[in-house]
Ligand binder design. Structure first.
Ligand SMILES: [Cu+2]
Length: 337
């Protein structure tokens, strides 16, 4: 019933998480309405039935253990239900499966750029397959941005100097609207992107660089010809070389090869073979996970966490790499298994 009352007031459900998220939301709204009616209703009832009357004498009540137990137990139970339910939805939203297809997102005043494994780059539109987990690894070229896809019910800050990530499995093909949700200057409200969810055959065609034809807005029929022209992802900026290969070139040209190897031998610095995903022991005795943020930090602030057994001689590359070069470099280092 509540579901019906609110139908149309929230965007369509484009992921499984969206369905779960909405159920929780509707439960919270329903619960609030129930208690609002209960409390305000009681107030009104008491106002009327206990109106001052000199002939009636009010009963003197000293307390009720049963009543107290009930008003402690019921809210405690309800809070536990909300907590467990909320945690399980949150967990489903934040823990990406390890086989998720990765796309790198760069926010910049005032547009969104997307980098794919196959070396492609698109601006203002991100192409994803339907019914497959997709992970977005995001960073910003300048100020704080936020990436929000209302139909997927997911949202995450995009922060300069580090990587944050979100993931989703889109279930509704078509174009979904994404917004920037951190005020980032003059054209903040125009910092939009379309998430284009492709069906299997379209996804295949897109990856083979073929025409995919017009794509409708999610949940809508295809509009007439004139309206869809120009936004088909017909001409994505195509790089013929994969992201990993682009990264290998950055690795060469920025001189990492002078001190690092990718074949397992240690030079002035440790080898990068098999580094990603391992626990690195630092000179200060701590262990840290070699993930995207660790590698990025080490490239920008090498002195901040020197690896055990090595001299802190690595120069900083802060400001010498663009965000897309950094993404490619990390993709390359990830590939060195
Ligand atoms: Cu922004």
């Amino acid at each position: 019933m509540i579901q019906q009352a609110f139908a149309g007031s929230v965007p369509l459900q484009g992921t499984e998480v969206a369905v779960r998220w909405d159920s929780l939301y509707n439960f919270l709204v329903g619960l609030s309405i129930f208690f609002f009616v209960l409390v305000v209703g009681s107030i009104l009832y008491f106002i009327v039935s206990y109106k001052h009357d000199s002939k009636k004498k009010t009963q003197y009540i000293t307390g009720s253990h049963l009543l107290e137990a009930v008003w402690i137990a019921v809210p405690t139970l309800l809070l536990m239900v909300i907590f467990v339910w909320g945690y399980s939805v949150y967990h489903a939203m934040t823990q990406a499966p390890s086989d998720a297809y990765e796309i790198r997102v760069i926010g910049k005043q005032w547009l969104w750029t997307f980098q794919y494994d196959n070396g492609r780059t698109t601006v203002g539109e991100v192409f994803v397959p339907v019914n497959r987990p997709v992970k977005l690894v995001m960073t910003s070229e300048d100020v704080l941005h936020g990436f929000f896809i209302p139909t997927f019910r997911i949202k995450q800050d995009v922060v300069p100097g580090m990587y944050s990530s979100i993931w989703f499995t889109a279930t509704v093909p078509g174009k979904h609207q994404a917004y920037c949700t951190e005020y980032c200057g003059t054209s903040h409200s125009a910092m939009l992107a379309k998430v284009v969810v492709l069906e299997d055959h379209q996804w295949k065609a897109w990856n083979q660089n073929k025409e995919i034809g017009p794509i409708p807005e999610a949940g809508q029929p295809l509009p007439s010809k004139t309206q869809v022209a120009g936004t088909l992802g017909k001409k994505p900026l195509i790089q013929n070389i994969s992201l990993v290969e682009q990264g290998r070139q950055v690795y060469q040209s920025k001189g990492c090869v002078a001190c690092h190897s990718t074949d397992g031998t240690n030079k002035v610095g440790p080898t990068h073979k098999g580094l990603f995903g391992t626990q690195v022991e630092l000179a200060n005795g701590k262990f840290v996970l070699a993930d995207e943020n660790y590698i990025r930090n080490h490239i920008e602030y090498p002195q901040a966490n020197t690896v055990k057994g090595y001299n802190p001689v690595m120069p900083t590359f802060k400001g010498l790499l663009t965000e897309s070069e950094m993404n490619a470099l990390i993709a390359y280092m990830k590939s060195l298994k």
